[in-house]
Design a protein around this ligand. Structure first.
Ligand SMILES: [Fe+2]
Length: 186
């Protein structure tokens, strides 16, 4: 999208890719119907690497020679958007693995560190708080605008809920007691 708009002599890698890789942006033109997306088994990985290198090289050249404020803003937005894709890819992979009877695991790394196993609860007092992004760096539009909000007092766990915690809850019969998950007032 950036190269077509900002780079005068950019040659697209393949004319069909604009259609092929348009996931759901009607404003960018025709796209494959959502229910048919699983049918896309080509291009092959080697070609995708070439496509990626083609775009990377052209982007580097564009940023080095013709950087404007507009281009910079959109590039940063694009990078953040791409990071969201990577989160989605990881979620999809882990979901697919969870459905596999061989129970493959994504990584041997233990992501639980000392920073997120601190026991106890953090109390937040009632009061007026500023929320929304208030800086000069990148943020998504749904993190704006900056405004004040009244919060009731609440407590939040200092640590992440792990799969182990969750399993303990299930095995202790947590699901058979609506008290723990049904949102009703006593
Ligand atoms: Fe996207």
């Amino acid at each position: 999208m950036l190269l077509k708009r900002f780079s005068e002599n950019y040659q697209v890698f393949d004319e069909s890719y604009g259609y092929l890789f348009n996931s759901y942006y009607n404003s960018l033109g025709q796209r494959i119907e959502r229910q048919n997306r699983g049918l896309i088994t080509r291009p092959v990985v080697e070609t995708i690497y070439k496509y990626r290198a083609h775009v990377n090289n052209a982007m580097v050249q564009l940023l080095e020679t013709s950087l404007t404020e507009d281009l910079e803003k959109l590039t940063i937005l694009g990078i953040n958007h791409e990071q969201q894709h990577q989160e989605l890819l990881l979620s999809d992979l882990k979901y697919t693995f969870s459905c596999n009877p061989l129970y493959p695991k994504y990584s041997d790394q233990n992501f639980i560190s000392q920073n997120n196993v601190e026991p106890g609860w953090l109390s937040v007092n009632e009061g007026i708080y500023n929320i929304g992004y208030d800086g000069n760096d990148f943020c998504f539009d749904n993190e704006l605008g900056h405004h004040r909000v009244f919060l009731e007092p609440f407590e939040i766990s200092k640590s992440l809920v792990t799969n182990g915690d969750y399993l303990e809850f299930v095995e202790a019969g947590g699901y058979t007691n609506p008290k723990y998950w049904l949102d009703v007032l006593d």
